[in-house]
Design a protein around this ligand. Structure first.
Ligand code: UD1
Length: 420
């Protein structure tokens, strides 16, 4: 199994380009199930989750062609299967995003309950509740979600108990082919929702309010496949910025959307980093010492849970004597990186959902194990400042969501390599 070796101590310098967004591209690819014909996506990153999604779409009967960073999906009128099998969905939670489009387009769908990172229970009850409100009959049979609808789904008013990202996406896609308008209240406001709505609107749908907590979807008779460029990955951009910060480097992140990272940039400035923002780039330079700051993760535009682990690594290097509290409110089990950071020498205490992180830790390289996608990035960041060599095991998690992270860090001067 591949692992990554890092020898810490190098300050990062230079410019690095951000790839297309993992969390935006996955729902976009699934939206192709809504309409037959050829859908073309650009700026598609090379990631394991994209590969898994393509395997799933092929299993349904779509034809897929990849040319560099562009992906063509040809959806046939009739599918080979409406079943998303366990062996594919268990690798990636986003497989649940096939449920809404399959049900809306083909009247039935069978999707295994999803897997993905082991960071919490990650229920899909709100996806199912919303689809039931739209008239679907849904049963759970031996780990399989079996959904049917007589005729078409019915547009309705759905008030989400929580602004779930995947739930909002699933319902928004399903509503495009329903009878009558759907109103999603307390909708998620993430940029990836806006990107999906933009593609659905290009296909001829009428979606208003994406990016706010009230989304209104008015179905249209005819939708047609078209072309779209995926937005840049704000989590990758944030991870690279934090890598620059932890090494007290001086880096520029290009091809990104700085406003998608407002919450993170404000925290970095509060800690004492110098940030310069342009239309599509962010420059970071480090002070000689920086302060501890507190964070609480929350749905967008709050501090993203997907950058919590990486920010924690940074906080271990704040001024000696200072300390930071990091509260996780989205995934109950997203603290598995703590025990590995402690193995590297960090001083962190966990009290239920809040971690107390002491600054000024002298980290020492050691073998560590990545437990989930963002935890792998956190360990790599910590290793960049640890003395000696760190070996990060189980980096298949990293490959699910980061395109060539080790190459990008190496281009900024890090001493990092993948070992087969
Ligand atoms: C998406 C992102 C993930 C990110 C997360 C939160 C993708 C592919 N993944 O995941 O990287 O960390 O948003 O920003 O876009 N919940 C329920 N019932 C539901 C749905 C969710 O209880 O029906 C709970 C989950 O268990 C979790 C919280 O709501 O505790 C957030 O989940 P959700 O917003 O749905 O995240 P994902 O779409 O899975």
């Amino acid at each position: 199994m591949d692992k990554i070796s890092i020898i810490g101590g190098k300050k990062l310098r230079g410019t690095v380009k951000v790839s297309g967004s993992k969390n935006a591209v996955l729902p976009l690819l699934f939206s192709s199930l809504l309409v037959e014909g050829e859908h073309i996506f650009h700026n598609v990153p090379f990631l394991k989750d994209v590969e898994t999604t393509c395997l799933l779409l092929k299993y349904f009967g779509c034809e897929i062609k990849r040319e560099e960073n562009s992906l063509k999906i040809k959806k046939q009128k009739k599918l080979q299967s409406i079943k998303a099998p366990y062996q594919l969905v268990r690798q990636m939670r986003a497989g649940i995003l096939s449920l809404g489009p399959l049900l809306a387009k083909h009247g039935s769908a069978e999707v295994s309950l999803p897997g993905g990172c082991a960071i919490g229970t990650r229920a899909v009850d709100l996806h199912l509740k919303g689809l039931r409100q739209m008239g679907a009959h849904i049963e759970l049979i031996r780990g399989l979600i079996v959904a049917r609808v007589k005729g078409r789904l019915k547009g309705t008013r759905i008030l989400l108990d929580y602004p779930t990202v995947g739930g909002t996406e699933n319902l928004m896609m399903a509503a495009c082919l329903a009878e009558g308008p759907t109103f999603i209240e307390n909708a998620a406001r993430e940029p990836e929702i806006v990107d999906l709505a933009e593609y659905l609107n290009k296909m001829g749908a009428d979606i208003q309010g994406a990016g706010t907590d009230l989304i209104c979807i008015t179905p249209k008779r005819i939708l047609y496949p078209t072309e779209h460029t995926v937005i840049p990955d704000r989590i990758e951009a944030g991870t690279l910025l934090l890598a620059g910060a932890i090494t007290r480097g001086n880096i520029c992140i290009s091809s990104c959307v700085p406003r998608h990272l407002d919450a993170v940039l404000l925290k970095l400035e509060e800690a004492g980093f110098f940030i310069k923002v342009d239309e599509n780039s962010i420059e970071l330079s480090a002070p000689s010492d920086f302060s501890s700051v507190n964070i609480v993760t929350s749905p967008y535009p709050g501090f993203p849970t997907d950058l919590q682990a990486q920010f924690m690594a940074l906080m271990t290097q704040a001024k000696p004597g200072s300390s930071s509290t990091i509260r996780e409110t989205i995934f109950e089990n997203r603290f598995m990186h703590i025990q590995e950071l402690v193995r590297l020498g960090a001083d962190i205490h966990l009290d239920t959902h809040t971690a107390l992180v002491k600054g000024g830790s002298l980290l020492q390289g050691a073998p560590v194990t990545a437990t989930d996608l963002r935890a792998s990035a956190c360990l790599i960041l910590a290793a960049l400042v640890a003395r000696g060599e760190t070996l990060v095991h189980r980096i298949y998690h990293l490959d699910r969501g980061y395109e060539h992270l080790e190459k990008k860090l190496s281009s900024l001067g890090a001493n990092i390599k993948r070992l087969k």
